[in-house]
Design a protein around this ligand. Structure first.
Ligand code: ZN
Length: 286
């Protein structure tokens, strides 16, 4: 909630406020994925692995470049918090903030998940979304946001002053990454990063600009599908908020498992190659 202004508006305040915005990052010059070429491969997908993520837990999975993976709702409405790394290099991780700057607050078919500096290349491309009918609702809410960070015990302690809750997405991701990689938990924690909030329905209130959530419209059978542009290590938490209609960071909400399904296509998109590292020379003027 912003406090009431203390300063008197200048005489041309309305004129200054009425200036039209421009898009920060026009994406017309971004390499455009051949999304129809990717989607043409969906007819011949072979399911090669299914990973079940238990409620209020997280799990890791690997996806080879050129394969597809789906995050699938099963049994009940459930939100998932997704971290992605380049397999074999935890330093290259999903960059939520830059993905937001390029594609907007919520992602969908044709959008890509970009990696951190100095790599900044597409890690995955969204090829199908069974919730694409949702769009933006009357509150400004939409699904699959890159604005939230992940529920975590630090903010929980800050806001509630209560004891630690160990099944926040941050802690779930830390545990799963530590167990999967063998890293000590304090090292694994340093690699956990801002997430893609799969299926979560969020926005900003129009009057105060505050981050809000509301019951996810996801239902069993819905899924979000990705094409892996590079070899990936994924880590997915089934958020303790369940459908995030009410609360998180507790055992109150009804929670359900999520599935990660990995599919091998019969071929690759015509002309597709895994993207190379960003060409910036990193000299930074020195
Ligand atoms: Zn969470």
């Amino acid at each position: 909630m912003k406090p009431a202004p203390l300063c008197t508006p200048p005489a041309d305040a309305e004129q200054r406020k009425s200036v039209s915005p421009v898009i920060c990052y026009p994406v017309a010059t971004l390499p455009i994925p051949d999304i129809e070429g990717y989607r043409a491969l969906r007819e011949g997908l072979e399911l090669v692995e299914t990973i079940r993520i238990e409620p209020r837990e997280a799990g890791c999975f690997r996806v080879q470049a050129g394969s597809f993976f789906r995050i699938v709702s099963t049994e009940g409405p459930q939100v998932g918090d997704l971290n992605l790394f380049a397999d074999g290099n935890l330093d290259e991780r999903f960059y939520s903030g830059k993905t937001r700057a390029l594609h907007g607050t919520h992602v969908g078919r044709g959008d890509r998940l970009w990696s951190s500096f100095p790599y900044l290349r597409p890690m995955a491309t969204i090829t199908h979304d069974t919730l694409d009918w949702y769009g933006f609702d009357e509150f400004g809410g939409a699904v699959h946001d890159v604005i939230g960070t992940r529920c975590d015990p630090y903010t929980h302690a800050l806001l509630s002053g209560g004891g630690a809750y160990h099944h926040c997405c941050h802690s779930n991701l830390t545990r799963a990454l530590a167990q999967f990689t063998g890293l000590r938990p304090e090292l694994a924690e340093g690699h956990v990063h801002d997430v893609l909030n799969v299926f979560m329905c969020t926005g900003f209130t129009r009057d105060t600009g505050q981050y809000f959530m509301k019951a996810s419209p996801v239902r069993p059978g819905d899924y979000l599908e990705f094409f892996a542009e590079i070899d990936l290590l994924g880590c997915l938490s089934a958020c303790p908020g369940g459908d995030c209609s009410n609360s998180h960071s507790s055992d109150v909400a009804a929670c359900y498992p999520l599935l990660v399904e990995i599919y091998r296509p019969t071929g690759n998109p015509v002309g597709w190659k895994p993207p190379t590292r960003n060409p910036c020379d990193r000299s930074h003027g020195l």
